[in-house]
Design a protein around this ligand. Sequence first.
Ligand SMILES: Nc1ncnc2c1ncn2[C@@H]1O[C@H](COP(=O)(O)OP(=O)(O)OP(=O)(O)O)[C@@H](O)[C@H]1O
Length: 602
Amino acid sequence: MTARLRSVLLDTPLFVFVGFVVVAALPYLGLDFYWQRQVMLIAVYTLLCSGLNLSFGYAGELALGQVAVFASGAYAAAILFNHGHTDILLAFAVATVLAGVAGLVSGVPGLRLSHWSLALVSFFFVLLIPSLVTILKEYTGGNAGLPGVLGPTLFGRPLFGKEFYLVAIAVTLLWMLVMRNMVVSRFGAFLRVMAESPTLAESLGGSVYLLRVQAYVIGALPAGIAGVLFTYMTGFISPTAFTLTLLIALLAATVLGGADSVWGAPVGAAILVLGPLQAASFQKYSTAVYGAFLIFVGVAFSMGLAGLARILRRRLLERRLAAPAAAAEGGAEPAALSIPGQRLEVTGVAKAFAGLKALNGVDLVVEPGTITAIIGANGAGKTTLLNLISGVLRADEGTVTLAGRQITGLRAHRVSRLGVGRTFQTPLIPPRMTVLEVVESGRLRDGEVGLLKAIVRLPAHYRVRRQDREAALAALSFAGLGHLADQPAGSLPLGTRRLLEVVRAVAGKPHVLLLDEPAAGLDDDGLRELEMLMRRTREAGGTVVLVEHNVPFVMDVADQVFAMELGRVIASGPPEAVRRDQRVIDSYLGRRGQVAEESGVA
Ligand SMILES: Nc1ncnc2c1ncn2[C@@H]1O[C@H](COP(=O)(O)OP(=O)(O)OP(=O)(O)O)[C@@H](O)[C@H]1O
C-alpha cells in the first residue's frame, strides 16, 4: 500500500468505508432490482446534495442551478450514447466539463454582483431547461424525451445490473472522499470562515470572490456526474425529471442532512428517497409539501441531523477532552514566538463618507517592537483608520506603507497576505469551529490554499496542515489558552472570544497587528491576560496598533499614543504627555472622566 493510499484510508472515518463496502455488496447478498434502483437514486441525490453542501452550506451562496447542471450531465450522456459513444468514463468527463462551464457561466456574473444575483441567475437556468430542450429537439427528443439509453460500457465492456450499480457506488464514494479532503483543507477552512463573515475571510487573506466562484463551480461538478448516472439508471430522460420540485426537495434534503457537513448529504438523500414523502398519493402536493418542509427545516432545524450528531458527539467526548487538554498545559512555560514586525507608515490619509470627513489628513508611524495606541471620542475616525490600513476601505487621499512598500488601495486579502493582521470591534469567530481551528485559520494568510494538493493528499498538504496546527498550538500556549484548544469557539464567553481573536492574528505572525477595542467588555482577569499577550507580542518583535477606549489600560501598555478628534490627530507622543495634553483632556479624557463620574464608575 502506498503512503498516499494509506493516508487516504487512515484519515477517513472507518464507518465510511465499512458503510460503502456494505452498500456495494448488497446486490450480491440478494438485494432485488427495485431496491438496487432506490440505492442508486440515493447515490445520485447524494452527489447533488453534496455539491449543494459546498456552495450553499459551506460557502453560504444560494446556488439554485444544481438541477440545470444535473440536466446538462444527463442529456450529455444520452446524446453521446445515441451517437455511439457509450463509454461511461467519456460521459463523466464531458458532463464534468459541461458542469464546470455551466457553473462558470452562471457563477461568474452572478457572484460579481451579489448573493441575490447568483440566486436569480442560477434559478433562471432551471427555468430555461424546457425551452432549451425544445430548441435542441433534434438532439434532446423535445418533450417526448430520449428512451433506450441503457447499457453504457467501460473500456468496451457493457455495464449492466450489478456492475453499473458498483460503478454508481464507487463514483459516489470517490466524490465523497474528494469532498471530505477539500473540507478539511485550507480551502475548506476559508469556506467555513467565509460562511461566518466574508470580511473575516478577506482579513485572513482569502479573496471572497474567488472562493465563492471556486465553491460554486466545484459544487456543480458532482451534479454533472449525477446526471450521467441518472440517465443510465433510468434509461430514459425527458424535461419532466428536472423540475423546480426536485430543486426544492434537494434543498430540503441538504438542510435536513446538515448543509455544512460532508456526511449529511447521504443522510438527507436517503431520507428523500426512502422517506414517507415518496408515497404515490403525495405526488400532487409535492411542491407545496417540500416547500413547507424546507421552510420548517431552515427555520427550526438549520443545524440539520449532522449538527445534532455533532452536539451529541461533543457531549459524549466532553469529559475526555477536558482532562488531557488541561494536563497538557499544566503550568508549562508558554511557547516562545518570534513575530517579524515591520515599520508601518501612514501619510496624509483622508476618507469621506457622503461628505462627512471621517479622516482628514492623518499621519502615523509605528515601529516594530512597539505598541501604539489610538484614542479618541466615538466617531473620531479610529476604526476607519484601521479599515484603511487593512484594505477594508480605500483612502481618498494619502498613502500607507509597510516596510517602505505601498499598500494603499490594495484589497483586504492582498493586504492581509502582505502581513497585516487584525481583530474586529465585534469579535468575528466562527462558532462551529474549535478554538484550535480558529487559531489555525490565522495562518491561512501565509502560503497557498493548495486545493489540488489537498484533494489528492500530496505530502505537501500534510506538511502545511501540520505546520498550521503546530503554529496554532504554539500561539495558544503563548497566550496561555492551550487548555481551550478543543472547545467549540461558540461556547466561549465574550472576553475569551476577544482574546481568541488576538491569538488568531498572532498565529499568522503578522508584520503589523491591528487591534480594534480588544479590551471592551473584559473583566480584570481578561484585561490582565490581554495585557500579558500584548506585552509578549511586543517582546516577540511585533508592530502593534491598538484602538482602545480603556484609558488606564492604554496608558499602561502603550509606548506611544495618538489622540484623534473628528478625523485628525490632535496629539501624539508618550502616554503621559498625551494624558496631560489640554486638547486631549478637553476633547476626550475630560469627557470620559465626567461620564465615568456620572455613571458612578471609578
Ligand atoms: N461605512 C460608513 N458609512 C458612513 N459613515 C461612516 C462609515 N464608517 C464610519 N462612518 C462615520 O465616520 C465617522 C468615524 O467613524 P469611526 O467608526 O471610524 O469612528 P471611531 O473613532 O472608530 O468610533 P468608535 O469609538 O465609536 O468606534 C463617524 O462619524 C461614522 O459615523
